[in-house]
Design a protein around this ligand. Sequence first.
Ligand SMILES: Nc1ncnc2c1ncn2[C@@H]1O[C@H](COP(=O)(O)OP(=O)(O)OP(=O)(O)O)[C@@H](O)[C@H]1O
Length: 443
Amino acid sequence: MEWTRGPIIGRGSSATVSLATNSSGMLFAVKSTEQSCLQREYSLISQLNSPFLVKCLGFDIAYEQNKEVYNMFMEYVQGGTLSDLIKKQGGSLDESTIKLYAQQILQGLDYLHSIGIVHCDVKGQNILICENGNIKIADLGCAKLMTYEKNSGFSGTPAFMAPEVARGEEQGFAADIWAFGCTIIEMATGSVPWSEIKDPVSALYRIGYSGDLPQVPNNLSNDAREFLGKCLMKCPNERWTAKQLLQHPFLQSVESNSWKIEELKRDSPTSILDQGFWNSFEVMESSSLESTNTVDSAADRIRQLIGNEGISCSLMPNWVEEEDWVTVRCNDTEENSIISEQNCEMINDFGELLDTETSVSIIFSEDEFVASLNLEALFVDCINYEIINLFHTVSSSINLIISPEIVGDVFVSEFNDSEMKRLKLFRPIVYSLSHLMLLLFPY
Ligand SMILES: Nc1ncnc2c1ncn2[C@@H]1O[C@H](COP(=O)(O)OP(=O)(O)OP(=O)(O)O)[C@@H](O)[C@H]1O
């Protein structure tokens, strides 16, 4: 598919976000960076399904000016960030709006927490306002899976960090609630907490060790102040959870804020005609990789992935039966490795070449993981499986089911704390790279 990059609509510390359009004129947002860590964000965000979280539409790696650029496609959320809205509204939001957004942010956080994900960077800049006046949580670049990455380090924005994060002790679900409390302060005052401290290191010291709490805005009602107090408990265990906060009296009388929608629309492009200069280049489409949880086998799942409109039957690979499929797992530590000589022999029977230097292990299991193979480097990602398997997958390894018949020059992205590697597992056997791409992305 050809898509066209439009103007930049946002910049973060690690990526730029641009407007983009495809040949049918659909507008979407594309987050782009030269850093491969965007793949990790994609692997998390592409599993999510909540009206209060930005929806991911796909991923590719393109070449621009001889450099690899990672692109993650997302729904375009038109109204800008919550921080922008606060500024537009004169520096603070009224309490009924704070209440509405607080409720929606909490619903998004409750969803994330229920599936074991800590966002790690909740703040006004990462909350987007939709055309219908609702919010969506964005930027899972810092997010982590508690089951596997509990002690994987600390990230986020200093002013929004909980005391235990500032002290480098832990960053769990409760840290998101603290940051959410700080976002309430941002909505009520237009400033981030601790804004009087200019140097982030001093701010972190004060947050972590002084015992001080951020100042509670005095323009809030008693209910709101009490609610905020539950978010800003110093001890993470005493902090209320998202679920508990949703039951707090402060949120029991939420009104819709439809009056804002027209205002937001005035500033936001709604069609490509609203935009000026567009650069065009070729990439592969990933949106055909729709989730389907109803099919039975891995082979069926992959058939489903590639069997979309436009693909000719003669291009379909001749799928082998389920028992011929191989689940491949790469692990980053020797300890976790489940490599066995027997398994290696079996994989070698297929004629693949294994690089033994890369701690790659091959397992045979009933797990129903599905691989999505994508563009040039063919990084392998996981989609289309139940969330329980996501934990298993994103922790330290990528699992995929590959038929030897369709394997191209496959790389596996290995997840660890901060970086991803590509591991070369197989040599092409039957299909060429371009043939494989045609099968997966029939455009
Ligand atoms: N789906 C989207 N629709 C519209 N605008 C978006 C979208 N996603 C991101 N943006 C805009 O781009 C900005 C940067 O995006 P994002 O926060 O994901 O980048 P980042 O580099 O991960 O940021 P950070 O500095 O927080 O790590 C956002 O603050 C927002 O203004």
